[in-house]
Write a protein that binds this ligand. Structure first.
Ligand code: AMP
Length: 216
């Protein structure tokens, strides 16, 4: 399986990618998770990335392309992969196309998850993330609390620094300006499928699996 989950922040890419990666036994490649891991390791890249992430801005394309090239060339992706959060700009999409060509990857799908912006702001500002396994919970719908522990791994549940409302609005602006145009690059290649991300996690998961099974 080679899948790119596309859509604005808070649309459910991370949640769906985790489920699908477990179900299909493929690699979940979240560039946001990788940057957060770099940030908590305190490396120079991590420190630079954290300042940009906390401000809702994108990390430079050359850095992101380097990261993605390395992962896609590694044995981690031998059984397939789900990209979550990459590409976010047209140069990133074009670089991905070139990497796919080098690696002989011709067959992939892009699933675009769609949710209205106000719903996204509501979702993100009420979400908690496990510091340890990155799993996402919702203060409104899950029986968890800020500062509580992850039911799965016992890690602490916190609000991501970039999940505050003002930063979320900036991330959405950056999405509209830089990321949303990327869909036409994939549209031209006939690989885009749309899914209504406002439906329940289970239904979205089922819709995605249906698309993945088509023509497989
Ligand atoms: P995410 O967890 O996917 O919402 O990503 C969190 C933050 O990491 C983003 O707001 C960006 O600052 C940064 N980031 C993640 N992926 C990329 C990417 N492909 N290009 C540029 N910045 C990225």
């Amino acid at each position: 399986m080679r899948l790119i989950l596309f859509g604005p922040p808070g649309v459910g890419k991370g949640t769906q990618a985790k489920l699908l990666a477990e179900e299909y036994g493929v690699a979940h490649i979240s560039t946001g998770d990788m940057l957060r891991a770099a940030a908590s390791s305190g490396s120079e890249l991590g420190r630079k990335a954290k300042a940009l992430m906390d401000a809702g801005q994108l990390v430079p394309d050359d850095v992101m392309v380097g990261i993605i090239r390395e992962v896609l060339s590694s044995p981690r992706v031998a059984k397939g992969f789900i990209l979550d959060g990459y590409p976010r700009t047209l140069p990133q999409a074009k670089a991905l196309g070139a990497i796919f060509e080098e690696l002989g990857i011709g067959d992939y799908k892009v699933i675009e998850l769609q949710v209205a912006e106000e719903e996204i702001v509501r979702r993100i500002t009420s979400r908690l993330t496990c510091e340890k396994d990155g799993r996402i919970y919702n203060l409104e719908t899950d029986p968890v609390a800020m500062g509580g522990v992850c039911p799965d791994c016992g890690g602490k549940l916190v609000q991501r620094a970039d999940d505050r409302e003002s930063t979320v609005r900036e991330r959405l602006r950056v999405y509209r300006q830089n990321t949303s145009p990327v869909i036409s690059y994939f549209d031209e290649r006939g690989v885009v499928y749309e899914v209504d991300g406002s439906l329940s996690i289970d239904i979205v998961n089922r819709e995605i699996k249906l698309i993945l099974s088509e023509g497989a």
